[in-house]
Design a protein. Sequence first.
Length: 280
Amino acid sequence: MLRTSPVRILGERDRAAVRALLDADPVGNVFVASRLMTTGISARFSGTEVWGFVEDGRLTALCYSGANLVPVNAGPAAIRSFADHARWRGRRCSSIVGPVEAVRDFWEQVTPAWGPARVIRASQPVLEIDTPPAVPADPKVRRVRLSELNTLVPACVAMFTEEVGVPPDSGDGGALYRARIEELVRTGRAFARIEDGRVVFKAEIGAVTPHACQVQGVWVHPDLRGRGHSTAGMAAVVQYALAEIAPRVTLYVNDFNTPARAAYRRVGFRQVGEVMSVLF
């Protein structure tokens, strides 16, 4: 990039400015904030960078660049600069996720260099709940034990494949994906109802900050769908999360997933935003 570019790679000296941007929308930015709490801002050893957009000497937007590329507080000028930088660097991410307008504009500008995408999810409502669930929680949903990892992982793989369209274990035989699931189990952030060695319902809390946590991987065994497991199961996860993890629980869902949206609505989730995902 030219020296006059308003984009620069951020480091630990930028922590206060980065935190101020992230804290302005603690629900929308929970994923990026959680990752930076874990890895730090200068995490190049892991292949992650944080790009900053600087106007008049002040950081006004950033872009998390890792396996996911996520713009934060990025208006048209910042998106243009981030897209220029991204084209220069080349695609290293497996997805672009963020506010609809920002991701749509970014994708339009990098498509000639990065395209085509495998899947585009143009509208994914962001949901939040900060009150007790509106329906009874499934008493059989609990934290997954480490001894149950071999039971949980196949359900996680099935969920990921169904949601994303490709299995998560195609590259390295699943070692990294399994390690991530194991980490969630060890930290008490994997929940499931397991009966006779079969996962009936499961969900994980993938991102956590002092302000919010984000649920991911919600899944019901295909043979058991339509019986209310997702509603009661999510109520249990929300109950655990609000009591022990964070004061607000969030997730995002595909707009076309009518059963899931109805289940979340029954639990008490409300829509607070909308994101777009571009998957490669």
